[in-house]
Unconditional design. Structure first.
Length: 86
């Protein structure tokens, strides 16, 4: 789930968040998850989020155009068959 904190004036209770998108991917039954966000130094760059799964695939979402249910780009290689951690 991609979320952002709600401003105190907009939140119905302390600690409220706004869910922006639900990012689903396969073979994700890993007890520890590490993900990466693109380093956007320039405002012309688009924000991306990447995560690896337990069978060697990497999934990338374009956060500038993320929509619930939107499919990520999947990177895979035939020789990569184990958990991908960044």
């Amino acid at each position: 789930v991609v979320w952002k904190p709600m401003p105190i004036s907009d939140a119905s209770k302390e600690g409220a968040v706004k869910v922006l998108a639900d990012c689903k991917y396969t073979n994700s039954e890993i007890w520890f998850l590490r993900f990466s966000l693109g380093n956007n130094i320039s405002t012309s760059e688009r924000p991306f989020m990447a995560v690896g799964n337990k069978v060697g695939h990497i999934f990338i979402w374009d956060l500038a155009n993320i929509v619930d249910g939107g499919a990520p780009v999947k990177l895979a290689h035939s020789k990569c068959k184990t958990t991908v951690r960044q």
